[in-house]
Design a protein around this ligand. Sequence first.
Ligand SMILES: Nc1ncnc2c1ncn2[C@@H]1O[C@H](COP(=O)(O)OP(=O)(O)O)[C@@H](O)[C@H]1O
Ligand SMILES: [Mg+2]
Length: 397
Amino acid sequence: MDDDIFEKILRTESVFKDQATLGQAWVPKKNQKLLARDSEIKKLTAIHRPIIETEGAYSVNTLVLGTGGIGKTLTVRFFGRRFREAMLKRDIKLTIEYYDCLQHRTKSSILRNISERLHYSAGHGYSDNEIMEQILKELKKREESLLIILDEVHNLSSEDILALFNASIGFGEANTRFCIIAVSRPTDWYKVDNEKISSRTQDIIKMKHYSRDEAFQIMQYRRNLAFREGILEDENLELITDIVTENQNMRMGIDIMRACGIRADEHGLSSINSEMILESRNDINPTFRADVIDNLRLHEQVALWSVAKALLRSGDPYTKVEETYDIYMMVCEEINIKPHVQMSFRKYIRNLANVKAIHKDYLNPTIEKKGRQLEIRLTDISAEKLCEYFEKNIPNE
Ligand SMILES: Nc1ncnc2c1ncn2[C@@H]1O[C@H](COP(=O)(O)OP(=O)(O)O)[C@@H](O)[C@H]1O
Ligand SMILES: [Mg+2]
């Protein structure tokens, strides 16, 4: 490319006023707000109020549940920030740490990070229990409370979750304040939850989907923060809101707005139209897919992965059962599970079609039944994206 193109884009005025507000890490600043999540914020505040008002020990484990893109991460981070500010005003020492358990997948990793945050290093050679004791002593010495947010908590093992939930209670008994807010999707949480963990979970906040009106208001608010005036008109925002409401996933709306803005800048356009919205809708990764995939059994997941692999390999828009079965056997070997016979495999393909993870059709419906061949396609995600997903989330029991 020549430098002219580069300069040309940088010199034209961007459609964005503040593109960063559409980023993953956005949390409302002081003069900004969180819409439509008052009841969750109120409840979180009521639960954690004793940190301010009680002398001595206090500990509580709270679970926040909701489907993907419903605003869990945003809500708990917003709460963490505002709660900390309220504590500072009251001269109460509180450390709040946020952990994405996709990045911190073990209790060890989290405990070590906490001790680093408290500005002393646990050093090597200490066991988790010893580190926990050190943290406890340090908190006590400083008369400080600790609140940790464990987002995507299902990435930890049940044992690690239980140990942390127990720890908060153990810490509490030792006259320290240690609270946990754990965040997950219901379909993920049920995989790690057990009776012991439940008995250590004092409160569960189940987040509800936004109504269409709420979704529209949120979209308007986010648009006004991100774009200059007149770039994205209400009537086009309605279209985005329809997509959000249909999928019950706010992330899709935010991602569509961001993608459209970037496209406008790239082509030097000064507004976003409906065509751009519909096109970018196809490009973004619908996270709600993950909910569907989670509900599949192991071999159904592997079958779906094989369909995606077969399509990616051939580059054709559809594949056939036999081809896919060969790949299925290879994948089973790669991930160390025993493949099932082809008849079972056909059943998995049927199940996948029933939940609309794939679409199947007869290629040549006119000829007699025996000679007909099934053609398998993916529904609304590309083979590439699906393969990417499975590589990151290898199916397991
Ligand atoms: N009430 C809201 N106000 C503004 N933006 C929201 C709201 N709820 C969700 N969002 C946005 O939607 C996207 C998905 O929210 P997120 O908290 O990441 O969902 P989850 O953690 O439940 O998957 C994020 O970009 C977030 O900023
Ligand atoms: Mg989240």
